[in-house]
Design a protein around this ligand. Structure first.
Ligand code: AMP
Length: 224
């Protein structure tokens, strides 16, 4: 029988590197990576009714209402709950409100999570990261003002134009970070109170941060 994988929630502000690290962690343990943001973006691209409704919120940088998100997660996890709980998973972008966190405990029957990792990066660092971020309009490759394409500002990968996203200006990022504080800090407190939270520093390079995450998860997962 294969070893069960860890059941992880990964939390972190925009620009903390959460998406990149969630993919690496899921690959490392061979578990499913469930990202609500990816799900809603794909639904919007496919122009499903749910996707079009969700798009109205994320285009404004707002959170999608809890009822919609919870229904989607229920559908994704609920149908497969036993397998997911046995095999492990990395949840990325969910939960984002305290109500979502409580509902996740209900869906997973209370004891489904091994560890909740808060990828911790100071606000001034994420501000600099995001405000300097540039993206190819054609293929989506990310650059940074400190790490531009060889021929500025034309993409190394596809030759497309590399620009700053409308929602990546310092003002817009500040607004998203304030929203994060208001809505997601209670999630951190919820998990801290129930003893499931660990903080991992997210300021180092990608390999250092990844090593810190794996060490924190391994320390919490006891399958013996
Ligand atoms: P992300 O890629 O995780 O930053 O998500 C992109 C957008 O999808 C967010 O700005 C929200 O509008 C929406 N979204 C994703 N996950 C959630 C969630 N758990 N609760 C509310 N909105 C979400």
């Amino acid at each position: 029988m294969t070893e069960p994988g860890p059941r992880v929630v990964l939390l972190g502000k925009q620009g903390a590197g959460k998406g990149t690290q969630a993919v690496r962690v899921a690959e490392h343990y061979g578990v499913r990576h469930l990202a609500t943001g990816d799900f809603f973006r794909a639904a919007a691209r496919d122009r499903t009714p749910l996707g079009l409704e969700a798009k109205q919120y994320f285009d404004r940088g707002e959170l999608i209402p809890d009822e919609i998100v919870i229904a989607v997660v229920r559908e994704q996890i609920g149908a497969d709950e036993r397998a997911l709980v046995q095999e492990g998973f990395v949840l990325d972008g969910f939960p984002r409100t305290r109500h979502q966190a409580e509902q996740l405990d209900v869906v997973l029957d209370g004891d489904g999570l091994d560890v909740v990792v808060n990828l911790d990066v100071p606000t001034e660092v994420v501000l600099a990261r995001i405000a300097g971020r540039r993206v190819c309009v054609q293929c989506g490759t990310n650059y940074h003002v400190d790490n531009p394409p060889k021929d500025p500002w034309w993409c190394d990968v596809c030759g497309g134009h590399v620009v700053q996203r409308d929602d990546d200006t310092e003002d817009a990022v500040m607004r998203r970070l304030e929203l994060y504080e208001v809505q997601t800090l209670p999630v951190i407190q919820y998990y801290r109170r129930s003893g499931r939270l660990v903080n991992v520093g997210g300021e180092g390079d990608s390999d250092e941060v990844f090593a810190g995450l794996v060490a924190a998860i391994d320390a919490r997962v006891d399958r013996s």
